[in-house]
Design a protein around this ligand. Structure first.
Ligand SMILES: Nc1ncnc2c1ncn2[C@@H]1O[C@H](COP(=O)(O)OP(=O)(O)O)[C@@H](O)[C@H]1O
Ligand SMILES: [Mg+2]
Length: 262
């Protein structure tokens, strides 16, 4: 158990809203081993972002515990890198400066590390460009470069490709897979896209409808290295249909609940 890079146990989260309490999470338990790529999927509103924010230290759990490398999480820290769906770059800084901003060290060291990470995401020619001059996919590549540049223990990604068009999204998935296969990072990735989950992951955790907890934990045995060609293999479809069924069961619960309220 102590080998887990990330350990989440008994996590419950209650939000106090105007309309009363919302129990977003109730009894979330899972572990991510070092160098494992784990994706959390689930129907909209099941608590995926809440879970990720608690791990990032941006929200506090009501009960339970999150450990990174065996240490309890108290607030944000450099042991966790975070990439969100919406662009979190500073518009007044170049790509290079947006990455350097996250780094410690001398000016020269920061410049070198930033350059190296822009190269990692294929943006070596765009160091001096401003976010507004770049496409959505390129901006997310800068966000990934920045999150990786300070070598976090765990990379947390909340629907990072959710705002991109389908083609760009596929290219970004391939880029992330290539980086992961070369560098073997510990990743927790959140999405509601089942193809994306199967393509990227070693394991997929399916969450229940709200209050969220882990409903299924499925190991994805699709061979690596993975390229877009795996998307059309029978094996890929088997995992996909199994996950579709699990997610659909939970979406139906949410839909039934909403209809019953009306
Ligand atoms: N700050 C907040 N205050 C009150 N309720 C919240 C807050 N953040 C999230 N929620 C509620 O918690 C539930 C889970 O939300 P979220 O984690 O964003 O789900 P997901 O990312 O899976 O779509 C939702 O019902 C949402 O409305
Ligand atoms: Mg979300």
């Amino acid at each position: 158990m102590s080998e887990a890079k990330l350990s989440v146990s008994g996590v419950r989260k209650v939000f106090e809203g105007r309309a009363g309490e919302v129990v977003a999470l109730d009894g979330v338990d899972f572990e991510i081993a070092e160098k494992e790529f784990v994706t959390v999927i689930g129907t909209s509103g099941c608590g995926k972002s809440t879970m990720l924010s608690i791990i990032a230290g941006l929200e506090e759990e009501s009960e339970g515990e999150v450990l990174v490398n065996g240490e309890p999480v108290h607030g944000p820290g450099r042991d966790r890198g975070v990439v969100f769906q919406s662009y979190t770059l500073f518009p007044w800084m170049t790509a290079q400066k947006n990455v350097e901003f996250a780094l410690h060290g001398t000016k020269g060291e920061r410049a070198d590390i930033a350059r190296e990470h822009l190269e990692l995401v294929g943006l070596e020619g765009f160091a001096d460009a401003y976010p507004s001059q770049l496409s959505g996919g390129m901006r997310q590549r800068i966000a990934i470069a920045r999150a990786l540049s300070y070598k976090p223990e765990v990379l947390l990604m909340d629907e990072p490709f959710g705002a991109l068009d389908a083609q760009t999204r596929q290219l970004m998935q391939e880029l992330l897979t290539r980086i992961w296969e070369e560098h073997r990072l510990t990743v927790m990735f959140v999405t509601h896209d089942i193809d994306e989950a199967v393509f990227l992951s070693d394991r997929v955790l399916v969450m229940t409808a709200r209050p969220g907890r882990i409903k299924e934990d499925i190991r994805v045995g699709v061979e690596r290295p993975r390229t877009f060609e795996v998307l059309s293999t029978p094996e890929f479809f088997e995992y996909k249909s199994r996950l579709l069924e699990a997610v659909r069961e939970e979406s139906l619960k949410t839909a039934t609940e909403q209809l019953a309220v009306r």
